[in-house]
Write a protein that binds this ligand. Sequence first.
Ligand SMILES: C[S@@+](CC[C@H](N)C(=O)[O-])C[C@H]1O[C@@H](n2cnc3c(N)ncnc32)[C@H](O)[C@@H]1O
Length: 226
Amino acid sequence: MQPGSRDEEIQRSWEANADAWSTAIREERLPSRSVTSPAVLEMILRCNPTSVLDVGCGEGWLIRALTQRGIDALGVDGSEELIERARWAGHGRYRVATYQDLIAEEPGEAPYDVIVCNFSLFDRDLAPLFRALRSMLTDNGSLVIQTLHPYTSLQGEPYQSGWRLETFASLGAGFTEPMPWYARTMEDWWLELDEAGLRIAQLREPRSPEGTLLSMILVATPVVGE
Ligand SMILES: C[S@@+](CC[C@H](N)C(=O)[O-])C[C@H]1O[C@@H](n2cnc3c(N)ncnc32)[C@H](O)[C@@H]1O
């Protein structure tokens, strides 16, 4: 991790906000999660996986949900505190690892039927991570990504990819470090995955009961021969 890099800022923010984030999730302070969490779980279960890797698993809610359904699920996250909280809540297996670690390491327990990144991709250059994740998928495996929708990420800016700042202001007290994150257009999601030999096979746009767009879910699969 380069000192002073965006990646460092992102990880520092999660380390500083780990406690506040766990509380926000466990006290259900994000109303959108009542839609987006079941939506990503459904997309994973449709793949009928026996093994899942959750990249940027946070305090581990998704690992618990998968493990309780008899799926062998491993969660990795760069924040030691979040992994500690996940382990403390029980169910599932966890490991502290940054995305740089995943890129640099041997694939470990791979292959996985599904690799999921649920609201956990914030950096601009994702192709190296996507290439590493692709190498950890079974031949018929799927990479499931849930992210803020490109349309709702505009925040008053023109429709182009670019850096934004998340202050976590709507989530209550305890968030001490804002987080830079890179919003990308639909075309740039496609290109970033394509560069890593992955193709978008399915796309969902979860909405609130009132019709508000809440997120985008992409399911990408390895391109054969690349
Ligand atoms: C918004 S939280 C989402 C957590 C979880 N996936 C969920 O659905 O609640 C983003 C997570 O990504 C992790 N993360 C972000 N960048 C990372 C990096 N470069 N290496 C490892 N973990 C990272 C953070 O530590 C944090 O736990």
